[in-house]
Design a protein around this ligand. Structure first.
Ligand code: CMP
Length: 147
């Protein structure tokens, strides 16, 4: 079982995450207060494709696998986030994400994500950038460019 991280360590961890790399300490402390630390064990299904979702997650430690319609869509490791799509558009989960090992996750529900985006709007722009990349990758997988 992974060691539990403390408050200061959580602020430090958040600062090391690309999504929050431009935030100052005060913003990081506010973000930290909005998140809930959760643990997961290897094999735990963190999001299930087609099911509703009420939380998004930032990976503090450990790695998870992403499957879209049974096809491996890669891994998500420390510093990355997932589960934001169902929260942003209210639709079902677009992929199944499964823990490959014990993990520590910072979870945010929709209200907390909204509050986070109010506190640091630039995080929303970064999230959109990642969402755009994921959409493009998914599109390329379905219709690879010829030539
Ligand atoms: P959501 O649809 O809420 O739940 C599943 C999550 O997996 C999704 O949000 C994204 O965060 C993530 N995800 C979906 N598709 C991909 C992909 N192709 N590559 C990486 N992550 C993805």
């Amino acid at each position: 079982m992974a060691r539990k991280i403390g408050k200061d360590e959580r602020v430090q961890l958040l600062g090391s995450i690309w999504l929050f790399s431009h935030c100052d300490r005060k913003e990081l402390a506010r973000i930290s207060a909005l998140t809930t630390l959760q643990t997961a064990s290897a094999g735990d299904v963190l999001t299930e494709q087609g099911k509703p979702g009420s939380e998004c997650f930032i990976v503090a430690s450990g790695t998870a696998r992403v499957d879209v319609s049974g096809v491996d869509a890669g891994e998500i490791g420390p510093g990355a986030f997932f589960g934001e799509m169902a929260l942003l558009d209210g639709g079902p989960r677009s992929a199944t994400v499964t823990a490959l090992e014990d993990m520590q996750l910072l979870a945010l529900d929709r209200r907390e994500l909204d509050a986070l985006l109010d506190v640091v709007p630039s995080v929303g722009r970064k999230m959109l950038r990642v969402a755009g990349q994921r959409l493009r990758e998914a599109h390329d997988r379905h219709s690879p460019a010829s030539g």
